[in-house]
Design a protein around this ligand. Structure first.
Ligand code: F3S
Length: 779
């Protein structure tokens, strides 16, 4: 469904001004009276009555002190005179366009002209004009009425402001035709431009539409004129005087609906109708403006001068006379009237009055023919704020025009921009703004960066300045709070370039500095291994990377730091050194680990069987690595269950051997091991075999001893016999022989024992201390 909306719809300037004036007076006085209905719209009249605005047809019921408002249609001078006589306070809300007609006819009458009024004789405006003509006026409702005019020499022709133009020109032609050159005729087309445009739009829209809705009261002449025009071109024309009369089910989805509204139709009704209809599926709304240009943006505005002009004939006769004196000079009036004309344009800042607040949007009277509307987003830079919290009806508000016509005939306004301008001024008045940090909100992504809102001020944040990291998608910052530092201010063009990155970097630097300050040599900190190099591991200790050198990784020999650390590993380290200037921290890991020798006593208990790798062979034994930092020694006597000449006969470097712990001395960092004992303990058959061999050797040894003893005994008895038979030998030679014999026995015995008796373990053990001496063992 398509909707064409006439640009000139709803209250005209004159009606709006009169209604507002009545409301303002009622608010001030409580009860006020209007001379006739102030507007041809029943619902508005009812609303006004609720506010204390009541209509009277004459002044009979009014008393001194009462307030009477002359409506936009105006009134004859007799009303002013009666008011003065009765002491009635008069407020003149006659539309300036109508007032101008009063001045024209008044002057024309004074100059001896007959006044001809094209219009409806019973229309209040025409009645009023007739009054200002001093009774010497004829009303011509149609060209046919010209025939009934008397003979006249000179005349001035004026028109009711809401008369159709063709009617006016038809009457004019009829006058010219009837009187020809006998009449000196001044033609003053006083048809209101608003009316003219409204009727032109009605014609144009009704030609294009399949259905026409004319909004307004059935008692409104200009609304009925619109109905008449629309019916000529669109047979489906309806006069809707209440939203309840709008029958949506009559509308077809392919209908083209034209909407026009009379000058007394409130904007509220137009909005309601549009709202209801726009809820229909696929509805588009287009505003149509009459092709014949009206004064495009030249509009009457209610300024102080306007009020002075329209209120001039009020209150008392004296005042009226004074003002009448003013009015005698029509050029003054025109001048005053011209003063009421002003232009509005995009970007203009105006002062207006809040009319109503609907669904968060604020409707404002800015003195323009159309109301202004502040959309929700233009209310404040604070998106959480509600219109109702900020304003109430009647409040004065400063706004900026963002669009003279939003397509629906409304003036789009922004309060936020006004706020922003003030904020900008405040901002520029601050000193050293480049050093300050501003709270902002990301608004939108633009080419090369994004726009952020600093309290209503738009600031450009280049993409590279949004964060300390590269941001793939800047839209993630839209709607999010940001903290910005101003990088650049173009005071003339009012542009700001800002950076969040600078704020973050500054914070990180401050944080880092604080952390460096907290680093105390000798204290323990937790960290995470981030990187491993050949010379050590880099550990993150909370934003600062410290180095654990490979020599500080473990107590034992470490070929590569990765033997001790893994990336991502959480460790506790000791701060060994801090160089704040060079930003270097040395960390120790092994320093917080127990020294291996301190645990050796527990780990390698005497008598236990341990396993290790032969790492070094020396003439007196073999060194076995039990762990990276602890070596034990197997003395050569403990290498094998058999006697060996050299260690290499039994072991080689790299062999893994099992040994029995014979002695542990953590203080001296020594462990004595016995492979022989472990072999025997772990192989009972071998132990038995060795024991049997030993027993056999013992038995043979005892046997030999006995034989020797027997030999010695036999030799002694033989010697005794010989001694008795031969002289005794010199003692020396006997001793020498025995000595020689004993020596031979001992050698023999040693040789025999050497095969079977290994040196006791104790003997080997006592010699280890000296063997270890001079050996360098890493701690
Ligand atoms: Fe005035 Fe024109 Fe309205 S004459 S009252 S502005 S229609």
């Amino acid at each position: 469904m398509k909707i064409y909306l006439a640009k000139n719809s709803g209250f005209c300037f004159g009606v709006r001004h009169a209604v507002e004036m009545a409301e303002a007076c009622a608010a001030e006085c409580g009860t006020v009276y209007t001379y006739g209905n102030i507007i041809h719209n029943e619902s508005v009249i009812a609303e006004l009555a609720d506010k204390g605005v009541h209509s009277v047809e004459n002044l009979d019921s009014l008393h001194a002190g009462d307030t009477l408002i002359i409506r936009a249609h105006g009134a004859p001078p007799s009303v002013y005179e009666q008011s003065e006589q009765k002491g009635i306070r008069l407020i003149d809300a006659t539309c300036p366009y109508v007032k101008r007609i009063h001045k024209i006819v008044e002057q024309a009458t004074q100059e001896g002209n007959t006044v001809l009024i094209a219009g409806k004789a019973n229309h209040p405006e025409v009645i009023g004009i007739r009054g200002w003509a001093g009774g010497r006026a004829y009303v011509l409702e149609a060209e046919a009425d010209v025939a009934s005019l008397p003979e006249i020499g000179k005349a001035v022709l004026v028109a009711q402001t809401t008369l159709p133009e063709e009617t006016f020109y038809a009457i004019e032609r009829a006058i010219q035709a009837r009187f020809e050159n006998a009449l000196q005729l001044q033609i003053r087309n006083t048809i209101c431009d608003t009316t003219r445009d409204r009727q032109r739009e009605a014609e144009e829209i009704s030609r294009r539409s399949t259905r026409m809705l004319v909004l307004g009261s059935k008692s409104s002449a200009n609304t009925q004129k619109l109905v008449e025009i629309c019916k000529k071109h669109c047979k489906n024309t309806e006069n809707i005087d209440s939203i309840d009369k709008l029958l949506l089910d009559k509308l077809l989805s392919d209908d083209i609906i034209g909407i026009v509204a009379g000058a007394s139709t409130p904007d509220r009704m137009i909005r309601e109708v549009l709202q209801v209809m726009s809820e229909q599926e696929k509805t588009t709304i287009e505003t149509i403006e009459a092709e014949a240009p009206a004064e495009e943006v030249v509009v009457p505005q209610v300024t102080e001068e306007v009020v002075a002009a329209v209120e001039a004939p009020k209150a008392t006769v004296t005042e009226k006379e004074e003002s009448s004196a003013d009015h005698e000079d029509s050029s003054d009036f025109a001048s005053a009237f011209e003063k009421t004309m002003t232009r509005i344009h995009n970007g203009q800042v105006l002062e207006g009055t809040v009319i109503s607040i609907v669904d968060g949007e604020v409707f404002v009277n800015v003195g323009y023919k159309s109301d202004g509307v502040i959309p929700m987003g233009e209310l404040s830079s604070d998106s959480d704020v509600k219109a109702e919290d900020l304003f109430k009806e009647g409040d004065t508000i400063e706004v900026e025009v963002t669009k003279v016509n939003d397509g629906d005939g409304n003036v789009l306004l922004s309060r936020k921009n006004v706020e922003s301008k003030k904020l900008w001024d405040e901002l520029l008045s601050q000193e050293n703004i480049e050093e300050k940090i501003f709270e902002a909100v990301g608004k939108e992504v633009v080419k090369g960066g994004m726009i952020a809102d600093i309290s209503g001020i738009r600031a450009f944040v280049p993409a590279s300045q949004v964060s300390t990291k590269y941001i793939e998608n800047l839209s993630e910052f839209v709607g999010k709070p940001m903290r910005l530092k101003v990088l650049e201010v173009d005071r003339q063009r009012k542009r700001i370039v800002a950076s969040q990155k600078q704020v973050l970097l500054a914070e990180q630097a401050a944080e880092k500095h604080a952390k460096w300050e907290q680093l105390v040599v000798g204290s323990k900190v937790n960290g995470v291994v981030r990187r491993i190099a050949d010379f050590g591991a880099f550990v993150d200790i909370g934003g600062i990377d410290g180095l654990v050198h490979v020599t500080d990784a473990a107590w034992g020999r470490v070929k590569h730091p990765s033997d001790v650390f893994a990336i991502g590993q959480e460790i506790e380290v000791l701060i060994l050194n801090v160089d704040v200037e060079k930003e270097r921290v040395s960390l120790g890991y092994k320093q917080l680990q127990p020294k291996p020798w301190m645990l050796a006593g527990e780990k390698y208990a005497v008598g236990s069987i341990v396993e290790g790798k032969v790492v070094r062979i020396v003439p007196f034994g073999a060194f076995v690595a039990l762990e990276s930092t602890i070596d034990g020694l197997i003395h050569i006597s403990q290498v094998s269950v058999h006697r060996i000449a050299k260690v290499e006969d039994e072991l080689k470097v790299g062999d893994v051997v099992r040994c029995k712990v014979l002695e542990v001395s953590p203080e001296a960092k020594r462990i004595s091991l016995s492979r022989k004992e472990a072999l025997l303990e772990e192989d009972p058959a071998l132990a038995e075999q060795i024991a049997a061999e030993r027993a056999e050797r013992d038995r043979q040894y005892a046997e030999r001893q006995e034989q020797r003893q027997q030999q010695r005994d036999g030799q002694q008895s033989q010697q005794s016999q010989t001694r008795t038979e031969r002289p005794e030998r010199a003692p020396r030679s006997s001793n020498s022989d025995r000595s020689s014999r004993d020596s031979g026995d001992r050698r023999r015995r040693n040789n025999e024992d050497g095969d079977y008796e290994l040196p006791p373990v104790q003997e080997a053990k006592t010699s280890l201390a000296s063997l270890f001496e001079g050996l360098k063992v890493d701690e």
